[in-house]
Design a protein around this ligand. Structure first.
Ligand code: NAD
Length: 263
């Protein structure tokens, strides 16, 4: 668990459902919950919030046992953003959302943030934060926020390890949450020789080494997989530790650049 700046606790390992087709999302989320995940990361843009809500109901777990994050984007005004938040509550079929993020800075960022603050005050959002906010856009929210953002969810993996950004965020008591912790499989990450050697040494998989690296840096991780065995594998990272040399080698892979062509 990681304690956010308002005292709310978020399970450090979550399950991300980007690009999981709605038809299989319920089953995938149920598999993740069976494997022990208690944190699901969705978004309006993923078109599978409804199925995440259905899995939550069908799991038999209590609402307070599962941490749900979702995201709104491109709100054009405070009122428009309020409608987007209402829609998320309705689509997920929940009374409250654990963490709501602005998916990326586009549209009326301050209007969206104000709307999240309103729903936070009403107890319908337990924590609020940002995603893909850097530099001026982050500063602008920090300058105007009455309730400081708890999280910034940004691209973070061994090829873009965000050590500088983590320092900046921590000065504002904002927790770094990694999206694409496995670099979405790009740059042939699962066959990377450096990571493969470390994995062999610990008798773990490359995915587990990457996730462990981020975990040890107190970063929230939300790996995605449709495969039941990999879903289990990605949460099974608590029984080993990286040594100084492993960490140096992993950090030698950092380029400070996105692995996505649109980044
Ligand atoms: P990821 O880094 O989690 O990688 C997923 C890829 O790795 C898939 O191709 C999967 O098949 C493969 N994989 C997963 N586990 C594996 C394993 N153990 N062994 C081998 N291959 C494995 O990719 P992602 O989905 O882009 O990122 C994770 C989550 O982050 C998303 O699902 C979403 O919730 C969030 N996200 C947020 C944003 C944002 O803008 N806020 C952007 C991208 C992703």
């Amino acid at each position: 668990m990681i304690k956010l700046n308002n005292g709310v606790e978020i399970p450090q390992i979550g399950y991300g459902v980007y690009q999981i087709p709605p038809e299989i999302t319920k089953e995938c989320v149920l598999n993740a919950l069976r494997a022990g995940y208690r944190h699901i990361d969705t978004a309006y843009a993923y078109r599978n919030e409804k199925q995440v809500g259905e899995a939550l109901k069908e799991s038999g777990l209590k609402r307070e046992e599962v941490f749900i994050t979702t995201k709104i984007y491109n709100g054009q005004s405070f009122l428009d953003a309020c409608e987007k938040i209402e829609l998320a509550l309705k689509t997920l079929a929940v009374d409250y959302i654990d963490l709501m993020l602005i998916h990326w800075p586009e549209g009326d960022n301050l209007g969206m943030y104000r709307a999240m603050e309103k729903y936070y005050r009403e107890g319908k959002l337990r924590a609020i934060g940002l995603s893909n906010f850097y530099d001026d856009e982050l500063d602008n929210i920090l300058k105007h926020a009455e309730i400081p953002p708890a999280v910034d969810q940004i691209e973070t993996h061994p090829f873009r390890n965000q050590k500088e950004m983590q320092k900046i965020l921590s000065t504002h008591q904002i927790v770094l949450e990694s999206w694409s912790p496995l670099a979405a499989g790009r740059n042939n990450i699962f066959n990377n020789p450096t990571l493969s050697n470390i994995a062999r040494k610990h008798k773990k998989s490359v995915a587990q080494v990457i996730l462990r690296y981020l975990y040890e840096r107190d970063i929230i991780i939300i790996p995605r997989s449709k495969n039941e065995n990999r879903i289990k594998e990605n949460i099974d990272i608590l029984d080993f530790a990286l040594d100084k040399k492993d960490i140096e080698e992993i950090e030698s892979l950092n380029t400070d650049k996105t692995v996505f062509p649109w980044g």
